[in-house]
Design a protein around this ligand. Structure first.
Ligand SMILES: Nc1ncnc2c1ncn2[C@@H]1O[C@H](COP(=O)(O)OP(=O)(O)O)[C@@H](O)[C@H]1O
Ligand SMILES: O=P(O)(O)OC[C@H](O)CO
Length: 496
């Protein structure tokens, strides 16, 4: 393969679709990124139009190639990584969606899941590793089959197909109906030990098996792009959910290695190797399938972190840009007793309380916007520690590899190291999610020689060492846990 070949990574997120061209040294050569509309047809409901995702993704590809100054024939392979769980059903013949995508954040099936959980909660946890929640695909797919007129019959006749966003994109790009282990493990229909769609779960959720994609490894050629799309038949050879791809992009290949991605929410994943480990308050998930083996992970999903910074900017408008929080936070020596629990949509891991709501506590006459800014950044670090505390019961955590938009905030990174009492390591390449998918795609076509080569490409940009004494750290953290206690169940108290 000549030196002029590149890998194209498609990172289809919750709010935007990105395409990134990487070279052999994993440098970014070109990026295209386009947002697409969010649809909120009712309170708590979140939808995307699959065609809007598709168009944003295709535009992003064209821009990325243009900025990299390369043609499609110079792409050795395409890797896909995606917002997970989001559920799409489309017509097998035309590829046309039968309904909008139901997004992972959508709460429309919360009650359905509560009911199913009462009877089958333990079975679901044992088979899928997941804490039953409307977050995952199963109840969303059931909702579509139950509510879109005629859909169940069409599904039974094999006229429609289901997929998460990776599957939808691969289908449109290549005509193949596939997903990978990591994405399948987020549907709540996949048996993560037997590595198969689970008959009992399909029965519980009334899903006809024929509409499900074939589950493949995260790194293998699934198909080739249709010539009319990009003018070239390019192998699509990498597929992983975005959080798992980030773990891969961080070269966290050994059991015990942990990464945290700081975006709208925080997603903390610990590689647990070949062992399936269960924790009451964390998710057990598949990290990837590679070379005939499946690697497992423990995950803590924190729904709101960077979104709380956005709220300071767009909601109560006390800052103009997310970055301003750093300067404000540094004006104070400490939080002076002010805590902010950003439980806007309840709390995810490790609390799993749908009824928790946000609170700001410890306010005095002296409290100003710098306290709120600092309390917001501190909350992100505390929420991350909450998850890592749980992980530590099962795996030793030596250090934390970080990525995502909010890791640009040095105050946050310093505070994170202090509150964990562990080093926090920020890599040179911040596009870890896209990079992970690129690595998976590249490995399948021998663009990179193997995991060793990738491990050598990973480089730390900065290591934040903990500097806080243990007594202060634990005192501050105790305050946080007390604040959280006061936020739990609040929507039940107020009936909202
Ligand atoms: N310097 C910063 N300090 C704190 N938060 C930040 C900073 N820069 C970005 N953010 C937050 O990070 C998030 C964007 O990160 P990104 O990785 O692009 O997220 P996503 O992929 O979930 O959209 C936003 O919620 C934003 O508020
Ligand atoms: O789109 P992101 O990056 O916020 O990630 C969403 C997660 O995959 C949801 O599980």
């Amino acid at each position: 393969m000549g030196e002029d070949k590149f890998i194209l990574s498609l990172d289809e997120g919750t709010t935007s679709a990105r395409a990134i061209v990487f070279d052999r040294e994993s440098n970014v050569r070109g990026i295209g990124q386009y947002e697409f509309p969010q649809h909120y047809p009712r309170p708590g409901w979140v939808e995307h139009r699959p065609d809007e995702i598709w168009e944003a993704q295709m535009r992003a590809i064209r821009t990325a190639l243009e900025r990299a100054g390369i043609g499609p024939e110079q792409i050795a392979a395409i890797g896909i990584t995606n917002q997970r769980e989001t559920t799409i059903v489309w017509d097998r013949e035309t590829g046309r969606p039968v309904y909008n995508a139901i997004v992972w954040q959508c709460r429309r099936t919360a009650e359905m899941v509560e009911e199913i959980k009462r009877e089958y909660g333990d079975v679901i946890k044992e088979k899928t590793g997941l804490v039953p929640d409307a977050y995952f695909s199963a109840s969303k797919l059931k909702w579509l089959l139950d509510n879109v007129p005629g859909l169940r019959e069409k599904a039974e006749r094999g006229e429609v197909l289901f997929g998460t966003v990776d599957t939808f994109l691969i289908y449109r790009l290549t005509g193949e109906h596939v997903t990978d282990y990591s994405n399948a493990s987020r549907t709540m229909l996949f048996n993560i030990k037997r590595l198969d769609w689970d008959d009992e779960l399909l029965e519980i959720f009334e899903i006809p098996e024929g509409i499900l994609p074939e589950v493949r490894e995260s790194s293998e050629v699934y198909g080739y792009t249709k010539r009319e799309l990009l003018g070239s038949e390019i192998p699509v050879s990498g597929d992983a959910g975005d959080q798992q791809a980030a773990l891969f992009g961080q070269a966290a290949f050994e059991a015990g290695m942990v990464k945290a991605t700081y975006g709208t929410g925080n997603f903390i994943l610990a590689n647990t190797g070949k062992t399936v480990r269960y924790s009451d308050n964390l998710l057990t998930t598949i990290a990837w399938g590679l070379n005939g083996k499946v690697t497992y992970a423990l995950e803590g999903s924190v729904f709101i972190t960077g979104a709380a910074v956005q709220w300071l900017r767009d909601g109560i408008r006390i800052i103009k840009s997310a970055g301003e929080t750093e300067e404000l936070a540094r004006k104070l020596e400490s939080n002076e007793g002010v805590y902010f629990v950003p439980a806007f949509v309840g709390l995810g891991a490790p609390y799993w309380d749908q009824f928790a709501r946000g609170l700001i506590i410890g306010i005095t006459r002296g409290t100003g916007r710098e306290h709120l800014a600092r309390a917001t950044l501190e909350a992100i670090a505390y929420l991350t520690r909450d998850v890592i505390e749980e992980m530590e019961r099962l795996v030793g955590v030596k250090e934390l590899r970080v990525d995502g938009g909010a890791t640009a905030n040095d105050f946050l990174m310093e505070f994170q190291a202090n509150i964990l009492g562990k080093p926090v390591i920020r890599p040179v390449v911040k596009e870890t999610t896209a990079l992970g998918a690129a690595y998976l795609a590249g490995l399948a076509v021998d663009y990179w020689g193997g995991m060793e080569e990738i491990r050598d490409l990973w480089k730390a940009e900065r290591i934040f060492e903990p500097k806080m004494d243990a007594e202060t750290r634990e005192r501050l953290y105790r305050g946080w846990r007390e604040a959280v206690k006061r936020a739990l169940g609040w929507a039940k108290v107020t009936g909202t």
